[in-house]
Design a protein around this ligand. Structure first.
Ligand code: FAD
Length: 368
C-alpha cells in the first residue's frame, strides 16, 4: 500500500535542504523538511546571546562571484557591507591578512611593492628548495621563511594537529600575496552578512513549508522512507548506508564561547593566533559582523580537533583513503531512484555557502 503523503521529504534544513525545499514548494509540490537538531539552518544557524547573533557553528561570512546566487538570496534578505579583513596576532604583534602591503610593512618595514617582492624573492632563493617534500618546504618555496614562520606554521599545525614537516606539500597549492594595501580577504564581487542574521534567510526559504525539528531520519527510517515519493538526503552518506564500508573521517572545531561585560573586546570580527603555543586558532567577536553597539560582547575561541562520534563533523578529510571510501558510497548513491544526495555531508565535500546553494539550485533544475 502506498502511504506517501508528500512529494518530497527533505532530510536536513541546512542551506542545501532549505534551498531545495523552497524550489520544490514554489513549483507546487508538497514538501516536509525534518532536522535532527532543535533548530533549522544547519551550520549557518545563529543563537541570540546578549542581543547579538552568535554564529553557533563557526563564523560564516557570505561571499560569491555568482550573481544568480547573490540575487536569489537578496530576494529573501538584504546583506550588510561587512568585509572580511582578519588580523593575525603572533606573539603580541599584529599583522593584516591576507598577505598584502600592510603585512609586509609590519614584517620588514618595506614601503613599495618592488621592495616587498625583492624581500620575498630573496628568502625564496635563500631556501634553495626546488622540489618541496612537505608542507613546510612548499610554503617556504612560495613565500619565504618569515611569512611561513610567523603567519603560517603554527596556525596550520594547530588546524591539522600535525607538524608541517609531516603534512603533504599538495595541501598548499598557492599562497596568494597581494602587492597592494588591500586587507579584503576575499576577491569575490559580492560579500556581506544577512541583515538580521542567517536565521532570517533560512526562515524566508522555509516560509509556508512544514518543518519538524528534533527529528532524526534514522530514528524511524522505515516510516520516513514511506512518507514521500522522493527523499532529499543532506546527512552523512556513510550513515545512510549503515557504515557498511567503514566510517568517513572529519576534522572538527570546538568552540569556547564567552559573554564579556565590555563593549568591544578586539576591534575586529576575526583575529587569528598564529603561534603554536596558544592552543586556539582564532577568536571571533560576533558583534562586529553586524556593526552592533550592544553594551556587552560575545567571543568564541576556536580549537581545531580530531573528530570523534558525537562531535560536529565539520571538515571532510579528502585524503586517498577517505576519497576511496566516499567513492564506494557514491557508487551506491548513483543507483538510488528516489533519493537525491546533496550538501557537504552527503557529498563528503567542503562547500562554501554560495557553492552549496549553487549545487541545490542545479540539483533542482536537473533532478527535481
Ligand atoms: C566551521 C565552519 C565555518 C564555515 N565558514 C564559512 C564561511 O565563512 N563562508 C562560507 O561561504 N561557508 C562557510 N562554511 C561552509 C558552510 O557551513 C556550508 O557551505 C553550509 O553550511 C553547507 O550546508 P549543508 O546544507 O550542506 O549542510 P549543513 O548546514 O550541515 O546542514 C545539514 C543538516 O542536516 C541535518 N541532518 C544530518 N543528519 C540528519 C538526520 N539523520 N536526520 C535529520 N537531519 C539530519 C543536520 O542537523 C543539519 O542541520 C563553513 C563551514 C564550517 C564547518
Amino acid at each position: 500500500m502506498n502511504t506517501t503523503q508528500y512529494d518530497y521529504l527533505v532530510v536536513g534544513s541546512g542551506l542545501f535542504g532549505a534551498v531545495f525545499a523552497y524550489k520544490a514548494h514554489q513549483a507546487g509540490f508538497t514538501v516536509l523538511v525534518i532536522d535532527k537538531r532543535f533548530h533549522t539552518g544547519g551550520n549557518v544557524y545563529c543563537e541570540n546571546i546578549a542581543d547579538i547573533n552568535v554564529h553557533t557553528y563557526g563564523a560564516h561570512i557570505f561571499h560569491t562571484n555568482n550573481k544568480e546566487v547573490w540575487d536569489f538570496l537578496n530576494s529573501f534578505v538584504s546583506f550588510n557591507r561587512y568585509t572580511n579583513s582578519p588580523v593575525a596576532n603572533y606573539k603580541g604583534r599584529l599583522y593584516n591578512l591576507p598577505f598584502n602591503m600592510n603585512t609586509f610593512y609590519a614584517l620588514w618595514g618595506v614601503k613599495t611593492p618592488d621592495e616587498a617582492k625583492e624581500k620575498i624573492e630573496q628568502q625564496r632563493r635563500e631556501s634553495g628548495i626546488t622540489e618541496p617534500k612537505n608542507l613546510e618546504e612548499q610554503a617556504i618555496s612560495l613565500v619565504g621563511k618569515d611569512i611561513y614562520e610567523i603567519l603560517i606554521k603554527g596556525y596550520t599545525e594547530k588546524q591539522w594537529g600535525r607538524k608541517c614537516t609531516t603534512l603533504p606539500a599538495f595541501i598548499i597549492k598557492r599562497l596568494p600575496v597581494r602587492f597592494t594595501f588591500d586587507n579584503n580577504y576575499f576577491n569575490d564581487l559580492y560579500q556581506g552578512i544577512p541583515i538580521g542574521g542567517y536565521n532570517k534567510l533560512i526562515d524566508g526559504l522555509l516560509a509556508g513549508i512544514e518543518v519538524k525539528t528534533n527529528t532524526d531520519f534514522f530514528a524511524n527510517r522505515a516510516y520516513w522512507e514511506n512518507t514521500a515519493e522522493k527523499i532529499i538526503f543532506t546527512g552523512k552518506i556513510d550513515e545512510f548506508y549503515g557504515y557498511r564500508f567503514g566510517k568517513l573521517e572529519y576534522r572538527t572545531v570546538r568552540f569556547e564561547t564567552e559573554t564579556l561585560t565590555c563593549e568591544n573586546y578586539q576591534g575586529n570580527a576575526v583575529v587569528n593566533y598564529t603561534e603554536r603555543e596558544i592552543p586556539y586558532t582564532r577568536i571571533i567577536e560576533h558583534k562586529h559582523f553586524e556593526f552592533d553597539k550592544q553594551p556587552q560582547t560575545v567571543i568564541s575561541r576556536e580549537y581545531p580537533s580530531e573528530w570523534k562520534e558525537g562531535a560536529e563533523p565539520f571538515y571532510p578529510v579528502n585524503d586517498e583513503k577517505n576519497s576511496a571510501l566516499y567513492g564506494a558510497y557514491a557508487e551506491l548513491a548513483c543507483k538510488e531512484k528516489n533519493v537525491i544526495f546533496g550538501g557537504r555531508l552527503a557529498e563528503y565535500r567542503y562547500y562554501d555557502m554560495d557553492k552549496v546553494i549553487e549545487r541545490a539550485l542545479d540539483k533542482w533544475d536537473n533532478n527535481g
